[in-house]
Design a protein around this ligand. Structure first.
Ligand code: B1M
Length: 207
């Protein structure tokens, strides 16, 4: 495990920030730094599952990562400048308040020239439908990190169908435990393992 991922896992905020600065100075791409932090977050999740860490540690890890993202956001945006644009509606589904990954996707999309309508967290299906209809977006990104909220992604797709918008919009699902099976279950068009894949899918959809 890289020292940065380890420091994140150990919730050593000072060390995380030092290592992030070190990597920026060394020219490591911002998205690479995000990936290393993410490795640490996955380890934190495992420690939480094992009963070693508690909610307080999860909350603290989120604060550390948010601090890192504040530093990396301008670099992520600059990295993608000058590419083709289109509208993307994105949000974390109802019942789920995890937003760090979704925010990274939004930042990268904006950097890539997309007009992002970020609806936030705990978003009811109807709000996604309204945003797609009003904006005319051709991409809808749904984020969910809990097994319990997968059915909600399915509900959003069902509401999109009921609203007669399914032909207009491609649905991408994402979030740590999302995979091909979840995509199929939700009735989405694509799933994105990380933010870069999410941006590439949006580029592909907009041609
Ligand atoms: Co939560 N949590 N959490 N948590 N949490 C997980 C997700 C968990 C896997 C930890 C574990 O037990 N191992 C587990 C879920 C188990 C499951 O159902 N599969 C879990 C649990 C159980 C819970 C609670 C239920 C705990 C409790 O209360 N008992 C609770 C639920 C609250 C709720 O939502 N209703 C809860 C709460 C929290 C905090 C609030 C404390 C905090 C979140 C703070 C915040 O987001 N503001 C938190 C955290 C920090 C985590 C872990 C440790 C880290 C998540 C994270 O930010 N990762 C997480 C462990 C893990 O992920 N393995 C865990 C970093 C982020 C960059 O990655 O979000 O995957 P990620 O995003 C990536 C990609 O997935 C992708 O791009 C991103 C960047 O590359 N992507 C998309 C994401 N969305 C996309 C959308 C797209 C495209 C790509 O659309 C185009």
């Amino acid at each position: 495990m890289d020292a940065l991922a380890q420091a994140m896992r150990d919730l050593d905020e000072k060390k995380v920030n030092e290592l992030v600065e070190e990597k920026i100075r060394a020219g490591v791409p911002a998205m690479e730094i995000v990936k290393l932090c993410n490795e640490g977050m996955v380890a934190i999740g495992d420690l939480f599952s094992q009963g070693v860490y508690f909610i307080s540690e999860l909350l603290f890890s989120a604060e550390i990562l948010k601090g890192v993202m504040k530093r990396l956001d301008p670099l992520l945006q600059a990295a993608g400048e000058g590419n083709s644009a289109g509208k993307v509606v994105i949000g974390t589904v109802k019942g789920d308040i995890h937003d760090i990954g979704k925010n990274i996707v939004s930042t990268l999309l904006r950097g890539a020239g997309f007009d992002v309508i970020d609806l936030g967290v705990d978003v009811p299906a109807q709000k996604f439908v309204d945003a797609v209809r009003q904006s005319g977006a051709r991409v809808l990104g749904l984020s969910a990190l809990l097994n319990l909220t997968y059915p909600e992604m399915k509900s959003v797709v069902e509401e999109i169908v009921k609203a007669g918008l399914r032909d207009q919009v491609k649905v991408i699902v994402g979030g740590a435990p999302v995979n091909e099976q979840v995509r199929q279950f939700a009735g989405a068009d694509y799933w994105a393992p990380d933010a870069v894949a999410g941006v590439n899918l949006c580029r592909q959809i907009y041609g």
